[in-house]
Design a protein. Structure first.
Lengths: 293, 185
């Protein structure tokens, strides 16, 4: 095949595919735009040109730091599911919540990727056909948004101290957590019980016994997951600077909910070594969740 | 995109931005879908792109660069979607529903499959360059400028993507040949 042949083949292949976005997606974006404040232009056009070299370097260095922090925030933790053993039920904290009160604005802010000022945020994480479902939650200082699926608190802390919360819709499972690039190979039925049961049948990680739970006014099952402590990621597929296979020392806490007939999963994750005050903060974020179907 | 609409949206006119979004969304989606090969994730990338564009629009100093600027946002949204997909799918998979695609009858099913498989193995940075060059027809210099990436890096990404996809096609051809012979025998 000549280069020209290949180029023609590639172009024909790229032409093959959908070209129209659904009205639902466009409307969802515009709804989110309506909730999003524009950033004020703070950078006069000529300012950078007028800086001396020292100032330019300082600004560039600051930009690099911001990018580096954001990059770290997008990295997964070393572990995914693991810890000292699954608990049998969610454990609401009795500690005072370190979370700041919600913003005085009557509307939550749209979740954005990157550092989040303390406040209440809203996101639409679910793919079609349930894209209209909105999750809102409150975070305190030091959290990062990751649109559209959730928020994480990384700070400068070591990986084993990190915490986060995700919202999603689970369609299937992987028998091998290293095989994330392939199609899920464990079929899961459509109900809350189907998923809770399927999680319990996996051998790659330990799952607690599902217990009944209610979150944000919706009932479902609660399950803790953990990988074995001797889990190794060596040999797992690497993507860029990220492991997507999960490692030891972290725990996943799943609220599998039936939201008006749609199964959704609220995932809060932490690590065995996460300080109690951070665990309390994570629980407080979970407690602040509201779901609009 | 109408320059006056961009200027109005930059000044906070939400209706003007809605007009821009309606005019741009299909094209953005088409590009995102080619990069991500998944309707749901492409939709998420478009949605995130539009929200980010609205938020950041006051920072756009050269209105005439709007098209390149929003495509840069889109490409970065695709990177985030690709990484999110691989990280989150380690144990669970987000439901996605592929929309109808119009088959291109000029390519065989085997060729399309080979390209699909090969493309899914590429890093998103290579996918983006390949799509911007072969689908949008952008010169490599324009891609470099739009993405803020050195031209040499863009050339390298296209080279590796092309090499990988050609290898996928050739491997597919090699495996197809014995099958044909077996059938003939």
């Amino acid at each position: 095949m000549t280069s020209n042949d290949f180029d023609r083949t590639a172009q024909a292949w790229l032409e093959d595919g959908p070209t129209n976005v659904s009205d639902r997606v466009l409307q969802a974006a515009l709804d989110e735009v309506h909730l999003t404040r524009q950033r004020r232009a703070w950078w006069p056009t000529r300012r950078f040109r007028e800086m001396n070299n020292t100032s330019r370097f300082a600004v560039a260095a600051a930009a690099v730091v911001v990018v580096a922090v954001a990059g770290i925030s997008l990295l997964p933790g070393r572990g995914g599911i693991g810890g000292q053993g699954p608990s049998t039920a969610p454990t609401p904290t009795a500690s005072p919540s370190p979370i700041s009160p919600p913003s005085s604005s009557p509307l939550p802010a749209a979740l954005l990727s990157g550092p989040l000022p303390p406040g209440r945020y809203s996101t639409f994480p679910l793919d079609r056909p349930n894209g209209g479902m909105r999750f809102t939650f409150t975070v305190g200082e030091g959290w990062q948004g990751f649109v559209p699926i959730g928020a994480y608190k990384y700070d400068d802390r070591p990986p084993a101290d990190r915490i986060g919360v995700n919202f999603s819709q689970v369609n299937g499972l992987y028998s091998d957590p290293c095989l994330g690039a392939a199609t899920e190979d464990v079929a899961v039925g459509p109900t809350v019980d189907d998923l809770a049961t399927a999680l319990g049948h996996q051998s790659a990680y330990e799952a607690s016994t599902p217990v009944d739970v209610t979150l944000a006014g919706y009932s479902g099952k609660y399950v803790d997951l953990e990988l074995p402590s001797d889990w190794v990621t060596e040999g797992c597929f690497l993507w860029g600077d990220s492991f997507y296979a999960q490692g030891p020392d972290s725990r996943w806490h799943l609220w599998i909910l039936n939201v008006d007939g749609v199964r959704v999963v609220v995932l809060a994750w932490d690590f065995a070594g996460t300080p109690p005050e951070d665990k309390a903060e994570l629980q407080a974020v979970v407690d602040s969740i509201q779901i609009e179907p | 995109v109408d320059r006056t609409l961009v200027e109005a949206a930059r000044s906070g006119d939400e209706e003007a931005f809605a007009s821009i979004a309606r005019a741009s969304a299909d094209r953005l989606f088409a590009v995102a879908h080619r990069i991500l090969r998944d309707v749901g994730r492409a939709e998420d990338a478009v949605q995130q792109t539009l929200v980010t564009a609205w938020r950041e629009l006051p920072e756009l100093r050269e209105v005439d660069r709007f098209e390149a600027w929003i495509h840069r946002i889109l490409v970065h949204a695709c990177y985030a979607e690709a990484k999110r997909a691989r990280r989150w799918s380690a144990n669970v998979r987000v439901l996605s529903v592929d929309g109808p695609a119009t088959p291109d009858t000029t390519l065989s099913v085997a060729t399309r499959d080979a390209l699909d498989r090969g493309f899914r193995r590429l890093p998103p940075e290579q996918c983006a360059v390949f799509v911007l060059h072969h689908y949008l027809g952008w010169p490599l210099g324009e891609i470099a400028e739009t993405l803020g990436t050195p031209l040499g890096t863009i050339k390298s990404r296209l080279h590796y993507a092309t090499t990988s996809l050609r290898a996928a096609l050739e491997a597919d051809a090699r495996t197809a040949t014995p099958t044909s012979r077996e059938r003939m025998a």
